[in-house]
Design a protein around this ligand. Structure first.
Ligand SMILES: NC(=O)c1ccc[n+]([C@@H]2O[C@H](COP(=O)([O-])OP(=O)(O)OC[C@H]3O[C@@H](n4cnc5c(N)ncnc54)[C@H](O)[C@@H]3O)[C@@H](O)[C@H]2O)c1
Length: 251
């Protein structure tokens, strides 16, 4: 029960890593505000309730400042405060600096990066009441480059360094801020990225070939790392970048 008595806001909670984080944190005693732009977030909250946990679903777009405020307010209204934020919502669009439309670039920066600013602004006052933790789900592609993904890699790299600066700014407020960089993880997000390629099967094989452990990660493997970072077990960990990537960035 490593999150007993704590309230966590999880974005991207309708699928993949965000859903796994929501289920795991609830099993560890957290009250979960599960937020997503998709209706699938209701299923996450229902699964938590069915196993005796506490969860509220909020539909909202993390690219909107108002929605981010509503997500954070839901935590204080429903459960009286906020002790952890796990920001997992993100999108991806293919493109190089030469081919990407400005609209796609802006969409990615808004959903993947501006959201961290909006959520951080709304959450810091609540997190500082009793102390708390922020975990930004970045990506191994925030640490190394890749082809044809200029907007995504820029946003993820920015999140990693934003986490470090936020850690410095809010250490004295009792708020720890860390980024978690998954490698390729078996979720709809990863499958969609293969489907956008002209040959999805060879894109999948290429991705697999970059992982020394020889398989994709599971959402639970990422959730376990997020739980560590958000829990008191990581009480001396702030400004850190934790890679959980099967060795991808060690190559
Ligand atoms: N799956 C991977 O291989 C992988 C690798 C590295 C990093 N990541 C990161 O992990 C995080 C979770 O990805 P996932 O693989 O679980 O993806 P996923 O597609 O399974 O889940 C992402 C969720 O975010 C939600 N979302 C998208 N845009 C939103 C918005 N504007 N507002 C609110 N919710 C929104 C989606 O509806 C979805 O439920 C992302 O930040 C992603 O960049 C994933």
């Amino acid at each position: 029960m490593r999150m007993k008595g704590k309230t966590v806001l999880v974005t991207g909670a309708g699928s993949g890593i965000g859903r796994a984080v929501s289920l795991l944190f609830a099993a560890e005693g957290a009250s979960v505000v599960a937020a997503d732009v998709s209706e699938h977030v209701h299923a996450t909250a229902e699964r938590i309730a069915a196993s005796g946990g506490r969860a509220a679903a909020v539909i909202g777009d993390v690219g909107s400042r108002e929605s981010c405020l509503e997500m954070v307010e839901a935590a204080s209204e429903r459960y009286g405060g906020l002790q952890a934020l796990v920001h997992a919502a993100a999108i991806s669009r293919k493109g190089t600096v030469a081919t990407m439309k400005e609209e796609d670039w802006l969409d990615v920066q808004n959903v993947n990066l501006n959201s961290a600013f909006y959520l951080g602004q709304a959450a810091v006052p609540l997190l500082s009441v009793k102390g708390g933790a922020i975990v930004f789900i970045a990506s191994q592609l925030g640490l190394v480059g890749t082809r044809n993904s200029i907007a995504y890699t820029a946003a993820k790299g920015a999140i990693v360094n934003m986490a470090r600066s936020m850690a410095l700014d809010h250490a004295q407020d009792g708020i720890r801020v860390n980024s978690l960089c998954p490698g390729p993880v078996d979720t709809p997000f990863l499958h969609a990225s293969f489907m956008r390629e002209s040959d999805p099967e060879s894109a999948r094989a290429l991705s697999l070939g970059k992982i020394p452990i020889g398989r994709f990660g599971t959402p639970l493997e990422i959730a376990n790392a997020a739980l560590f970072l958000a829990s008191d077990e990581a009480s001396f960990v702030t400004g850190a970048t934790l890679t959980v990537d099967g060795g991808y960035t060690a190559l």
